[in-house]
Design a protein around this ligand. Sequence first.
Ligand code: IPD
Ligand code: CA
Ligand code: CA
Length: 259
Amino acid sequence: MSSIPSQTQRILEFAVRLAQEAGRITLEHFGKAPAAETKGDGTPVTAADRAAEAFLRQRIEAQYPQHGILGEEYGESRPGASIRWILDPIDGTRSFLRGVPLFAVLLGVEIEGWPSVGVAHFPALGETLAAGRGLGCWWNGRPARVSEVSQLRHAAVLTTDPVLLLEEPLRGGWERLAREAGLVRTWGDAYGHALVATGRAEVMVDPVLSPWDAAPFLPILSEAGGRFTDLGGQERLDGRSGLSTNGWLHPQVLELLAP
Ligand code: IPD
Ligand code: CA
Ligand code: CA
C-alpha cells in the first residue's frame, strides 16, 4: 500500500471510526428494554436507531459536505452526489429490542455508483468487519477470509426468517438447498453475511433486503474472497434480496434457489 492514503482508504478509516462511535450510542440503550414504534412498513424503530443515524449524518456532513447520504430512518440527502453513504444505524432491531447481541451498525459507501467501502460493526460483540475495494477485508484488524468448503453437504447455510423462504416462489428452492446443506441455522440479519465473510459459515440467504441492509456486503464479501449478489445473481444493492457465499458454492446455490 502506498504511504499516501487513497480516497477509498481515507473514507474507510473514517467509516470504521464512525461505526464504532455510533455503536457506543446503541449500547447506551441496549439491554434496557427500549420502547419501539412500528413504522409504515411494519418494522420496529427505537430512539437508539434514530440517535445513531442522526449522529452518523451529522459527522458525515461535517467531514464531507458534498457527499450524499441515504439512511434507513431519515431518507436521502443530496441525491446525484458522486459519493453516497448508505446507513443502517441498527440492523437487527428485533434482536436489539430483545437484548440479543447480534445487531449491527452498517455503513456502505458508493463511489461513482460503485459500492467501494463497507463496514459492519457489532457493538455488543466487539466485532468490526471493514473492507475497501482493493484494500482487503479486515475483521478486528486481522484479514478476513471466506472458507474453502466446496460441497454443500459440508456447508453451514443461514437465513434470517425461514418463514419468508417457505412462501412461493422460493419454497421449492429453499427446501432443496436446506436438504442438501450440512447445517441450517438462523444466525441471521447482517451477522449471517459477516459469518460468511469470516469463514464461519458458507451461505447466507435473505429474500427481503433493502439497499442499506446490503450496502456494506458487496465490498466485504468480494474483498474476503466470496460473493454477494441478489437472489437473481446480480451484484447490486437494490435487488431487494441478498445472497452471500464463499464463492465456491455461489453457482450451485443460485441454481438450487431458482424458482
Ligand atoms: C432487517 C434485517 C433483515 C432483513 C429485513 C430488514 P432491520 O433490518 O436486515 O435481515 O431481512 O428485511 O428489515 O429492520 O433490523 O434494520
Ligand atoms: Ca437492516
Ligand atoms: Ca435498521
